[in-house]
Design a protein. Structure first.
Length: 307
């Protein structure tokens, strides 16, 4: 079974309007209420791609109830820990430019942390655990390291999709997969990624630490997959970008959905990039039919020095 974990989920209140003006009344043309959080996005896309999974994490209040009900309607099993706090609401403004207003995450007590570790301890060899999204600094890094260590000891594939100091601290736990973008990859090495050569160079350094798969997302320039034995690149499919939120999460979900069936990293990379692009071209997360249309457009090839 695949388990996703979102430490700080949200309801994403997304509004679309032709022009956003500060300091005055704005009227939206369209509004959407989606459960938010990178792990939840991965769960939703996995389910749409025909892969059952369980969403773990922390939620509370009427907003937490809404998230659980929403995911249940989509056929996703949930096993959230009640924080006794109202889960945050994030406002996403889609206009001539994108603006966001994110609420603060919940306070996760030591008791609640232990409860999550107990759930992970009940997972079995061959399961997958996806830790995705922001990891609050109010929780000690050792907590996340404990999660990774449990996965390693039990033979669980640990997928890590976060950023900042916690990502850097968790590199040593040797995840099965990480997916930094070019800026996040640069942060890990206190440098700036200027081109694909830089991305390949530093991704290889991560592989040398014991990470099995590193996908570097380059936005409109495609993506790079680096493993111990190969370096693959692909361009992004052509299309009109509607919404970038959830695109990276869809890439992760697409990779996992393919890999669990075929154990083929190159094909999983191709399917993941198609999934990420499909979401970018839609107001919500991609459906299986959207991904299927894009897969033929994703041409994966070995990285060449002249690129």
């Amino acid at each position: 079974m695949i388990y996703t974990c979102t430490i700080t989920p949200s309801i994403d209140y997304t509004v679309y309007l032709p022009e956003f003006r500060d300091g005055t009344l704005n009227r939206a043309d369209e509004v959407y209420y989606y459960p938010g959080g990178k792990g939840i996005n991965v769960s939703r896309v996995l389910q749409r791609l025909g892969v059952d999974n369980v969403a773990l994490g922390f939620s509370g209040g009427f907003t937490g109830d809404y998230i659980t009900q929403f995911l249940t309607r989509e056929g996703i099993a949930t096993d959230f820990i009640d924080t006794k706090e109202i889960t945050r609401i994030n406002v996403k403004i889609k206009s001539e430019q994108e603006s966001e207003l994110n609420g603060p995450g919940p306070r996760i007590t030591e008791v609640q942390q232990r409860e999550l570790l107990a759930k992970i301890n009940r997972l079995s060899e061959g399961d997958w655990f996806v830790l995705a999204g922001s990891l609050p600094d109010t929780i000690p890094t050792t907590f996340y390291q404990n999660i990774a260590n449990i996965c390693k000891e039990k033979g669980i594939a640990f997928v890590l999709d976060t950023s900042g100091p916690n990502l850097k601290a968790l590199i040593e736990t040797r995840p099965f997969l990480i997916k930094p973008n070019d800026a996040e990859l640069g942060e890990l090495f206190n440098t700036t990624i200027k081109n694909k050569h830089d991305a390949v160079f530093y991704a290889k350094k991560l592989i040398e630490t014991g990470i099995q798969h590193v996908i570097v997302s380059l936005g409109g320039d495609g993506a790079i997959l680096v493993t111990k034995n190969e370096v693959l690149v692909t361009e992004a499919p052509k299309g009109t970008v509607v919404n970038t939120v959830g695109s990276g999460d869809s890439l992760v979900a697409g990779f996992i959905a393919s890999y669990v069936k075929n154990k083929d990293a190159a094909e999983a990379f191709r399917y993941g990039v198609a999934s990420g692009s499909a979401t970018a071209f839609l107001p919500d997360l991609c459906e299986q039919k959207d991904v299927a249309l894009l897969v033929p457009e994703v041409q994966v090839h070995a990285f060449k020095e002249e690129e």
